[in-house]
Design a protein around this ligand. Structure first.
Ligand SMILES: [Zn+2]
Length: 253
């Protein structure tokens, strides 16, 4: 049996039996890990409290060869993000981010950049006002897609490469980004980003999350950006529009 000390975010958890929980941890160095935490069912215990959703914990994990499910030994809280759960919007967006991590990463696939982004996202969503949760989430989502290797082309036409001169644009998710008016085919339904929505989306991708909260963004802009990201993610990364947490988000509107 191998013992590992890991730092990871709790991205999923459910009860098992009378006293245990099955926890999914997202770590920087070991990717995603699924473990049983015995005696963690009650959040009043130290172990149970530390293993609440979104927490960053340091723990000892025991892994048996050829067994996917490890066992969690001792647990220490590094960063407590439990305050996120007190606000429905923050909770909804942070849960959706966890579901994206869970669906798009695998065991033993280290992605340090995504681990760092998760820390930054949880920290900003916790300390920012609730109305900033949506822009923070969509910015973190598009950054996640880029980290996973699916970077949309937002500055030039995906067909001819012509630079977009600061104007509204159609996009073709299958082709991977925006498309100029010369290459738009008749009888094809394209999505559309207004000039402002496209500029905001470019900022979401290129600027750090600390600057996202200062970007002015209307509900209409966010709606267009949401449609772009969902359609792009659905086609390229296989993250479907019908994720469980997305349904919760649509109920919040
Ligand atoms: Zn073109």
């Amino acid at each position: 049996m191998a013992r590992k000390q890991i730092n990871g975010f709790v991205i999923r958890g459910f009860s098992m039996g009378e006293s245990s929980r099955v926890i999914t941890l997202f770590t920087g160095e070991n990717g995603k890990l699924k473990c049983v935490a015995k005696g963690a069912r009650k959040s009043a215990t130290k172990k149970g409290g530390a293993l609440e959703l979104f927490s960053l914990v340091r723990c000892n994990i025991y892994l048996k060869e050829n067994v996917e499910l490890g066992t969690i030994g001792s647990v220490d809280m590094i960063d407590d993000y439990s305050a996120i759960a007190a606000d429905p919007a923050k909770f909804g967006f942070a849960s959706a981010f966890c579901e994206i991590l869970d669906k798009s990463t695998s065991i033993d696939q280290p992605i340090i950049e995504l681990f760092d982004l998760t820390a930054e996202f949880f920290s900003h969503i916790m300390k920012s006002p609730g109305q900033n949760s949506a822009p923070l989430f969509w910015a973190a989502f598009i950054k996640t897609l880029a980290i996973l290797g699916y970077q949309p082309r937002l500055y030039e036409c995906v067909v001819c490469g012509k630079k977009n001169e600061d104007r509204a644009a159609f996009y073709d998710s299958q082709k991977g980004g925006i498309i100029c008016s010369d290459d738009v085919l008749e009888h094809v339904q394209y999505g559309k980003l207004s000039k402002t929505s496209l500029r905001i989306l470019q900022d979401f991708l290129s600027r750090p999350l600390s600057e996202i909260v200062n970007i002015e963004c209307t509900q209409k802009n966010l709606g267009e950006i949401e449609q772009f990201i969902l359609s792009f993610a659905d086609y390229h990364s296989g993250l479907r529009r019908n994720l469980k947490s997305f349904k919760f988000l649509s109920q919040l509107k």
